[in-house]
Design a protein around this ligand. Structure first.
Ligand code: NAD
Length: 265
């Protein structure tokens, strides 16, 4: 199975540190021969991202990009076009909401945080997809990261769930927009992983252990496993797959009741 990404070049957005889902994906893509570029949000993250990106051979293409600022997306894409000309894939693993609103009632979400969450966690994928598609080879592939709080209520996930619902709908519309060029667009719905973003959700550790105890596999997913699913979606292995939300969550999304041992606790 070696070399599935040989000859392919792509952009990974959303590495904050070595616990990031995007980092798990980047390592897997590198193992399979992909040539990678990275973006990071601001200099503080940059200091952590650069040594990681260098480990997987990113060279000069470790670029600042804050997705709230359209000009910074333009600059990152322009730098890729200058260095590579064309692109084969993108990984969008970006999300943000005010942690003060990732607790309590969804109904209390402020308009300001609703809009900001939507812009960063949902619209940014559409904007990046459009700008990346302009320099993407036909037959390319794009993925974004989502969570099952989009389709079912998860405690404290609140406005992020609404943003992820919009993100998943965007996956379908973008898949239809770019399908005629053979460009595929898919979402990867990961089970809970302990990351910086994950820690912003109030009581996340309870959600984490509940899902672990009650998923069919009775364990969390690893970055390695999420990376493997991303490799599938970004490589030619998934050639006929687009507009899909692919769950990598130990099967938790198929369960309607807690396990018997949980019920008897
Ligand atoms: P993380 O904190 O490692 O990554 C989140 C990234 O978003 C960071 O790199 C951060 O810099 C970036 N970001 C936030 N605002 C940005 C902005 N304005 N411009 C550019 N980048 C910005 O956490 P993670 O859990 O690896 O998150 C990656 C993606 O995976 C997110 O979309 C998240 O919602 C999703 N996800 C996470 C989990 C989980 O349990 N951790 C589960 C399913 C889906």
């Amino acid at each position: 199975m070696d070399g599935l990404m040989k000859g392919k070049r792509g952009l990974v957005m959303g590495v904050a540190n070595d616990h990031s889902i995007a980092w798990g994906i980047a390592q897997k893509l590198h193992e399979h021969g992909a040539e990678l570029a990275f973006t990071y949000q601001g200099e503080a993250f940059g200091r952590r991202v650069k040594p990681l990106a260098e480990k997987v051979g990113a060279g000069d293409l470790i670029l600042p990009c804050d997705v709230e600022d359209s000009a910074s997306i333009d600059a990152a894409i322009a730098a890729l076009e200058k260095a590579w000309g064309k692109l084969d894939f993108i990984v969008h693993a970006i999300g943000f909401s005010d942690k003060n609103e990732l607790k309590g009632l969804y109904a209390d979400t402020t308009k300001e945080n609703f809009i900001r969450t939507m812009v960063i966690s949902c619209y940014s994928f559409t904007e990046v997809a459009r700008k990346a598609a302009a320099i993407m080879n036909d037959g390319g592939s794009m993925i974004t990261l989502t969570y099952a709080g989009s389709v079912r209520v998860m405690p404290n996930y609140n406005v992020m769930g609404v943003a992820k619902a919009g993100l998943e709908a965007s996956v379908r519309y973008l898949a239809n927009d770019y399908g005629p060029r053979g460009i595929r667009v898919n979402g990867l719905s990961a089970g809970p992983v302990r990351t910086l973003a994950g820690a912003g959700i109030s009581d996340a550790r309870h959600m984490f252990s509940f899902q672990q105890r009650n998923s069919p596999l009775r364990r969390p997913v690893t970055l390695e496993e999420i990376g493997g699913s991303a490799l599938y979606l970004l490589s030619d292995l998934s050639g006929g797959v687009t507009g899909e939300i692919h769950y990598v969550d130990s099967g938790y999304h198929i369960v309607s009741m807690p396990s018997l041992s949980e019920l008897k606790r």
